[in-house]
Write a protein that binds this ligand. Sequence first.
Ligand code: ATP
Length: 429
Amino acid sequence: MKIVSSKIENVLPKSHIQILNAAVELSQDINTDLYLVGGCVRDIMLGVSEGNFDIDLAGSDIDRDFADRLAGKLKGKVKSSSLFGTHKLSVPVGYQTNIEIDLALCRSETYKTPGSLPDVSPGDLFQDLLRRDFSVSAMCIVLRSPEDQDWQWGQLIDPHSGYKDLKNEELRILHKNSFVDDPTRMFRLLRYSGRLGFAIEEETKKLFESSMNWVSVISGERIRHELEKIFEERDIGVILSNCVMTGLLPAFLTQIDCKHLIKFKELEYSGDFKNNTAEFWFGIVGMNANKTEVEYLSKTLNLNSKQREVIRDLNSLNKQLQKHSAQLVSEDPKRSDIYKFLMKYNVIAIQVCAATTSDMSIKIILEMYLSSLMNSHTELSGDDLISLGVRKGPKVGELLNNLLYAKLDGQLPSIDSEMDYIKNYLRNN
Ligand code: ATP
């Protein structure tokens, strides 16, 4: 028997322990078993104490009422509930900090066809652990024992030898159909391997390779979701390049070339590549796409409108830069010309271009726009122009633009000079 209560106390912040205590109290009231499951058990056993510790709880009698009562006790709220008996809570753990608690009924899952969503039915703890992706995520810690067992608070239940794999730093699936049942697990495999630096166990590797083509049966929506999760990781470049080198991403995105992503393996996560959004990374995926490929990517991954806009703008920005780069990087480009040229494009598309271009002169110009030009504004507002005597209407916007261009080119250093510019205009018109 392995009791890991001291690990829980060492790893979880006090606020989280209080949440567990509140959940245990409630489980006693309604007489249900209760377990800590999934990734937080893996992280507790690894002793990882940084990062966001969302909590996954499972039990045999967890329902919406349990979710509502737990949310009430913790002054949080139930954000959503699903037909599968899962509930998402958001709970405050400090000043302006919330964590998510996932509550789920222990369940078993069966897959009628590869890649389909599973048929779900209530099950016991062991069925619930068996439906999971990797042995290291298929352990649980007992918070309240079922009546027919004599388990203790803090006892590790590990039917698939996840702890051994954790010690050996290996990722292993639980049965040979795992990837075929749910091919998204192949993306999860590369994501966790990249995050934890774990190797992939030999049999799992073989099954990964032989199941790869099943990835094409998954919906674009689900693959996009997996990519978005990758884009939240620290070592995005390593994971993305592994997705390409193993053939997984090309097996899904059959009509575009993803080889350019391989070089991101060596990426330094500083400067241009730090703290970027999913849109930025979709831009990186589609950075070389032509117009047809942009449409293909948008459709195949079912990208949302912001993500689509980035890759579409990136494509036209690249084209326009090819055409006009000589003009833009001339000896003394006018700042207003740079502004006029770039203001039409989505800012993230410009960021992707600045981060990836090999042309240093273009990079300097794009960075100048991102760091200063795009945030420039006139001292005078539209209302100021009207009070000075400009008639309401499109002329106000036009004059504001002219003011801004003149200011960017260093001609209007102060509010007084802007006023003079407008007065002069009024005198002449
Ligand atoms: P993290 O949130 O740190 O990335 P996690 O392991 O908590 O890791 P989630 O995606 O929140 O990841 O999933 C919670 C748990 O649900 C997992 O630990 C795993 O046991 C199980 N799980 C999630 N997705 C799948 C899947 N596609 N197939 C099987 N089990 C899954």
